[in-house]
Design a binder for this molecule. Sequence first.
Ligand SMILES: Cc1cc2nc3c(=O)[nH]c(=O)nc-3n(C[C@H](O)[C@H](O)[C@H](O)COP(=O)(O)OP(=O)(O)OC[C@H]3O[C@@H](n4cnc5c(N)ncnc54)[C@H](O)[C@@H]3O)c2cc1C
Length: 340
Amino acid sequence: MTEPLAVVGAGAAGAAAAYRLRDADRDVTVFEKSRGVCGRAATRRKHGCRYDHGANYVKPGDGPVQGLLDELGSEGRHDIAEPVWTFDGDGAVAPGRDGDGPKWTWEAGITQLAKRLFAEADAAVHRETRIESLAREGGRWTLTDADGETYGPFADVLLTPPAPQTADLLGATDWGGDRLADARDAVAAVPYRSVVTAVLHYTFELDREWYALVNTDDAHDVGWLSREACKPGHVPDGESLLVVQMAPDWSREHYDDPASEQTEAAAELAAELVGDDRLRDPDWTDTQGWRYALPEAAVDREPVAALANAGLHVAGDWVVGEGRVHRALESGLAAGDRLR
Ligand SMILES: Cc1cc2nc3c(=O)[nH]c(=O)nc-3n(C[C@H](O)[C@H](O)[C@H](O)COP(=O)(O)OP(=O)(O)OC[C@H]3O[C@@H](n4cnc5c(N)ncnc54)[C@H](O)[C@@H]3O)c2cc1C
């Protein structure tokens, strides 16, 4: 008999799980609160530009991810040619920190990753459907969304939202027993870094040897700065667009500041770091606050694994404890294997 399975979250982990289950005898339904798919690996389009304002690219890692990406096809996929350089708290820029394999990007944006996985997966995807609670009755799960609509019954549920949001769901789960409270506490304990992303656009080209600069001593207000024009198809000729990810301390302190103040600070710092005064004056800007940007540790596995007997499963970067797209994909693939 086909066993119905619900996946909450259509980020890299949820998409990889759905893809891995594509030829299994499972009836897969995915619920995603946003309009788009791919979660924190996000792409926006504005004024003729396309930019990835969350995850910048996908590394293959040393597991199954390169094979997975190849299965999805190489059309429109590029390895960013320019290297990542480093800078310290004083803003001193130096070559280095590259050479560990390709940095995959897509002309149509990093969301191509989840779009291609779902295109191959045999799953129904409900977008703009925020799951707010779960209930277990007669050995089956039902899910209820923010509009009060109920879905199910499902034999298994795979939860993939960031740990704090998964903890909220576990807190809103109607099922007795200590196992649930212990798992919720373990998931809620995963620490996160917040990141404010500032997007700065300019009507001139900015030529440098590097694609990106990354801070290596956690002593600068900027954590990361990259030139989106290095990604084919993202920025028209004669223009440039910088993605500036502010450091976690700065992001926490300024998270609720007006966007104009965030971008003004980012432009000032970018001008200093890159050594070009013109960068103080972008012609348009954009921002995104990522409250739960990057998990700083993995969840305590045992209390969470104890839920699997009741058909409740988790996947995502916080399960492996590393905020990287390929790690989220690996986690989703592993969950898919277990659920086959
Ligand atoms: C600013 C930034 C820069 C980064 N840079 C890189 C990088 O360069 N390289 C790299 O490898 N990684 C990077 N990362 C990390 C990478 O984005 C994540 O590790 C990865 O995308 C996590 O995937 P996931 O599927 O585990 O979670 P998510 O992508 O968070 O997916 C979870 C999904 O669940 C949905 N959801 C949440 N709650 C509910 C609900 N109640 N009901 C329904 N749906 C729900 C969310 O909308 C989301 O789509 C970066 C992250 C950030 C924020």
